[in-house]
Design a protein around this ligand. Structure first.
Ligand code: AMP
Ligand code: MG
Length: 297
């Protein structure tokens, strides 16, 4: 099977317009997959999820047993409104032990956050060693919405690309594996999803009238994404564009990207810091000779 990470990796010169949001790169070209790609991908996600859970547990275990082990993984999820960030968190992160996850969604900066550099709130949300961090939106909003909706002048947002690159270099130098993902949906698919939210009262809470206004800025957003990916798609922290009109493909692809990052760490379960045989004997002996006195009496 083709390496999904490699197929979806993009860098400088990326042309978003040339990437089909309904595409399914890397999906195996086999009869049973062609017959029912959605059914296959949904079943495969269960298998991938079990392996993700195992890998994440090993990452956690290593950090717990060895304080010098600084390794951790950070998934950065970016997308247009309705791009599927929440669904991806639910479906893909949902396969792992919540205890090992650190999930943060970033909205408009609070009054306190606005008093600091744009990376301040990001640094505070970084996962500790052993954790899989997930950013639902991220520091990239500061060169996306901020640029497109002119929340700050160019002299403020332009230097941020380099600041982001330096920041991410700092992270990868200190044990982070970065998995940066843009969920790429089409203009039409966004409209369908917005309409779906309006048709279903249990989805009203997800609907934001601002999202409709944002649609007028679609080309400007695509340009801003393209520039961010071009300028911050580095060897140590590459960007991936995941076609996301099909939710089953999106989840399958993102699960593969995280799994790939975890496998690169070549994790194994940490060895015992004690003698398992001696410990077993101690427990066996305990069955016959229970200490009768309470300490100090
Ligand atoms: P949602 O992800 O649907 O909950 O929406 C979060 C909103 O927060 C989006 O409209 C983002 O554009 C906005 N947002 C996130 N980060 C920033 C930021 N740094 N500056 C301004 N708006 C932001
Ligand atoms: Mg929203």
């Amino acid at each position: 099977m083709a390496d999904v990470s490699e197929l979806l990796r993009v860098g400088s010169g990326v042309d978003l317009g040339a990437i089909d949001p309904a595409g399914t790169p890397g999906l195996p070209d086999r009869k049973e997959v062609r017959r029912d790609p959605k059914g296959w991908a949904r079943a495969e996600l269960v298998t991938l999820g079990a392996e993700l859970a195992r890998q994440q547990e090993m990452l956690f275990a290593n950090a717990k047993c060895n304080p010098a082990d600084q390794r951790r993984v950070l998934l950065v999820l970016q997308a247009m409104d309705c791009g599927g960030k929440d669904g991806t968190v639910k479906k893909v992160a949902g396969t792992m032990n919540p205890e090992g996850l650190r999930i943060t969604a970033f909205g408009p900066p609070t009054a306190e956050e606005r008093q600091h550099d744009f990376l301040w709130r990001i640094r505070r949300a970084l996962p500790l060693p052993g954790y899989l961090g997930i950013f639902n939106r991220s520091h990239y909003e500061d060169v996306l919405v901020v640029r497109v909706r002119e929340l700050a002048p160019p002299r403020v947002w332009k230097p941020r690309y380099e600041k982001i690159n330096n920041f991410e270099r700092e992270l990868t130098d200190s044990g982070f594996s970065l998995v940066k993902v843009m969920l790429h949906i089409s203009y039409d698919e966004q409209r369908r999803r917005l309409l779906e939210r309006l048709r279903d009262p249990t989805k009203y809470w997800k609907y934001n009238p601002d999202d409709v206004d944002n649609r007028a800025y679609w080309p400007a957003y695509q340009q801003a994404y393209q520039d961010a990916i071009s300028r911050c798609g580095t060897d140590h922290a590459p960007w991936h564009v995941v076609p996301a009109d099909r939710k089953w493909y999106r989840d399958w692809a993102v699960a593969n990207l995280i799994l790939d990052a975890l496998k690169r760490l070549r994790l194994s379960y940490p060895p015992a810091g004690f003698d398992p045989q001696a410990e077993t004997k101690r427990l066996e002996r305990e069955e016959t000779g229970r200490v009768s006195k309470v300490n100090g009496r």
